[in-house]
Design a protein around this ligand. Structure first.
Ligand SMILES: Nc1ncnc2c1ncn2[C@@H]1O[C@H](COP(=O)(O)OP(=O)(O)O)[C@@H](O)[C@H]1O
Ligand SMILES: [Mg+2]
Length: 295
């Protein structure tokens, strides 16, 4: 019992960030958002990390869950070297709080990646244990951003369905648009998801982003009966790959660059956006849904 109390205290120390007073916490917090795409390489990881950084600078307590099993993960993007992953937790070698790492500006990152697949294969006892650990730190999070993999595999769906808001990333490339439509279609028809948000990445300007949005959303609304909200765009900007190469975020290295200004705008729009106020509005529910569902 004492051990458990110690653990909870340590967890609080790790997660607590002393700048919470600055946060103008809105009534819609906490929020759980998955960032997903039909096609890989469209900029999900960059969006999660930069958005997380900007929101953190605004005073929000940001938690990033890296749920992509691919290679170019968030820790690589940020030049971090996590020593442990989810796998160590499942194997009983580490506690959840042992594997959480600190990112820029104090964002917390859970490098789940290689342990993601095992989530669906946990025993009931393991699930309950994880759930209690998750709910302990859920109280110290305002915004949970989930970097999912691309495509329609069950591991991607798993996180999208458990998340309260689904942000689909698309670029002006034709294959990216058709793949975005495909992932929305699967979520709508197979999982009865009816509301999505769109982020257009690598757009020339707002006009291009808006017209891509209106084309995609009108087709999706007509054929899939879903509603898609426009969340914003990120300009195609050579500063992004430049920052990636030095394992830094564009919003840190080049705060005045076009893409960085877009990230600030995106963060503000996201905070103004009113998600559906359903039971899925809390982080405890997210973990619960994640651990008890199996798409
Ligand atoms: N707005 C942008 N402008 C220019 N290049 C970008 C932009 N967004 C992403 N990129 C580039 O695209 C590549 C893929 O981005 P990444 O975030 O890893 O995609 P994903 O996570 O979807 O696979 C990166 O090398 C990055 O430099
Ligand atoms: Mg990625």
């Amino acid at each position: 019992m004492k051990h458990k109390a110690d653990q909870a205290a340590t967890l609080r120390k790790i997660i607590d960030i002393d700048t919470t007073d600055e946060a103008r916490l809105s009534s819609t917090l906490p929020r759980v958002l998955s960032i997903t795409s039909g096609k890989g390489g469209v900029g999900k990881t960059n969006i999660v990390a930069n958005l997380g950084y900007v929101l953190r600078r605004m005073g929000y307590r940001v938690f990033i869950l890296d749920a992509d099993m691919g290679l170019a993960n968030i820790d690589v993007l940020l030049g971090l070297a996590p020593r442990y992953t989810f796998q160590h937790v499942f194997q009983g070698e580490k506690k959840l709080h042992d594997i959480i790492i600190d990112g820029p500006a104090g964002m917390k990152i859970l490098p789940a990646s290689s342990g993601v697949q095992e989530l669906s294969e946990l025993t009931q006892e393991q699930k309950l244990f994880l759930l209690s650990e998750f709910s302990a730190f859920g109280r110290h999070v305002d915004i949970l951003l989930i970097d999912t993999g691309a495509g329609i595999s069950s591991n991607v769906m798993y996180f999208n369905i458990a998340a309260q808001e689904k942000l689909v990333v698309v670029t002006p490339e034709p294959t990216s648009i058709t793949d975005a439509y495909a992932i929305i279609k699967v979520m709508a028809q197979k999982y009865a998801e009816k509301r999505f948000s769109l982020i257009v990445n690598q757009a020339k300007d707002e006009d291009e982003a808006r017209s891509l949005y209106s084309n995609l959303s009108s087709v999706a609304e007509r054929f899939l009966s879903v509603a898609i909200d426009y969340m914003g765009y990120i300009a195609h900007d050579p500063h992004v790959p430049l920052a990636v190469r030095s394992q830094k975020l564009v919003t840190m290295l080049y705060p005045r660059a076009a893409a960085s200004l877009c990230f600030t705008k995106l963060a503000k729009r996201l905070l103004d956006h009113r998600p559906d106020q359903t039971a899925t509005g809390n982080i405890g529910f997210f973990w619960d849904a994640l651990l008890t569902s199996s798409p």
